[in-house]
Design a protein around this ligand. Sequence first.
Ligand SMILES: [Zn+2]
Length: 64
Amino acid sequence: MRCCPFCGWPDDDPVTTVSRHRGSTGTTVWTRCICGSLQTRVRDGAATVVCARSRPVGHTAATA
Ligand SMILES: [Zn+2]
């Protein structure tokens, strides 16, 4: 099972669903991990694949 590389939270159990967009290739779901990492998931049939994720909140220079 895949999990968050920052905090180890399992990808199968998203903490917060930020938004959901239905597109021609499937449904794109943005979720936020318990550590603050934003994840982009693409639902392809029955499977949901995490295709991108940001760094956790507080670990970057994005303090503005
Ligand atoms: Zn995490």
